[in-house]
Design a protein around this ligand. Structure first.
Ligand code: MG
Ligand code: MG
Ligand code: MG
Length: 306
């Protein structure tokens, strides 16, 4: 029985490319390991897999009795539902430490860098394993995605150096141009069902007993949302009711203007006033300079709800 590597629910490019890259490393080190996913892939991730010639990892929701590595999170709400019945071999992540615990010893690589793939590159270097060209390309794209082509405040010099090294291995002359091409794919939202957009990059957090869902859509120009905003607001209100959530927030991030408009449905009318010092007006608020959910959105909110 092989071991698995799986990222978070509603997988993003980092979760998928991490699963592929870590599986190859572990298998090369003599531990048969396969990548898996906890949901359908986004157009951006499909673009990356297609570009570097990968199949989609196996869709696998249940892990009872199996052994697995968790990548790109360490939160119970974001992992497999039956995670308690699985053996966790390791966690490789770049988010705040979550609430996953284990009953057996495990390997942990957690670093405050912009992307899990930057940490996996460190693991390859540590074990002195050569990264295949196509895996290097996928890892590089995941870093460009998570760091918003180096614009995110989560981006570190380690991420930039890592992209340079991976681009060299993959034979990509202009990684930033490829990054922008990915964000163009991401910006093609017209014609997509509203619920699919809301859930495209959506995470639930347990904030002091309050379930808070936060979605994010990163685009090159927010004008693409102009006509669909009322529908987006109506849908996050539905999502809040369906999941019995305290709040649902949707970040519409403009990667060129480098800020986010937050659509807000919450039990607390003063939620954004308290967390970010800016009131919600007509269900929305502009947060200048805010690009990162994990670094700029979650911590103040968690603090204000404690
Ligand atoms: Mg992720
Ligand atoms: Mg990530
Ligand atoms: Mg992200």
């Amino acid at each position: 029985m092989p071991n698995y590597v799986v990222g978070h629910k509603i997988p993003d490019s980092d979760s998928i490319c991490s699963a592929i890259a870590l599986s190859y490393l572990k298998t090369t080190l003599g531990e048969e390991t396969v990548p898996a996913r906890l949901g359908e892939l986004s157009p951006e991730t499909l673009f990356i897999l297609d570009k570097f010639g990968f199949e989609q990892p196996e869709l696998k929701m249940s892990y009872a009795g199996e052994s697995l590595y968790i990548v790109d999170h360490s939160e119970r709400t974001q992992g497999p539902d039956d995670i308690d019945d699985a053996t966790i071999l390791g966690i490789i992540d770049h988010h705040k430490l979550g609430d996953i615990t284990t009953s057996t010893p495990l390997e942990i690589w957690v670093r405050p860098v912009g992307c899990t793939n930057t940490i996996i590159k460190m693991m390859y270097d540590f074990h002195n394993v050569e990264i295949p060209k196509n895996i290097a390309g996928a890892m590089m794209c995941a870093i460009l995605s998570d760091t918003v082509v180096f614009k995110s405040p989560t981006c570190t010099t380690a991420d930039i150096k890592c992209v340079e090294a991976l681009a060299e291995i993959a034979g990509i002359a202009d990684p930033k141009a490829l990054g922008m091409e990915m964000f163009e794919v991401k910006s093609a939202v017209l014609g997509t069902p509203i619920r699919d957009l809301v859930l495209r990059d959506f995470k639930d957090f347990d904030m002091n007993g309050n379930l808070v869902g936060i979605g994010q859509l990163e685009v090159i120009d927010l004008a693409v949302f102009d006509d669909m905003k009322p529908e987006l607001v109506a849908d996050i209100a539905k999502l809040k009711a369906e999941g019995n959530r305290h709040s649902v927030l949707l970040l519409l991030t403009d990667i060129m203007k480098e800020g986010s408009e937050m659509l807000v449905i919450s039990d607390n009318a003063d939620l954004t006033e308290k967390a970010y010092g800016k009131p919600t007006v007509d269900g929305k608020v502009w947060l200048d300079g805010v690009l990162s959910r994990k670094k700029q959105v979650v911590p103040p909110l968690q603090e204000s709800l404690s």
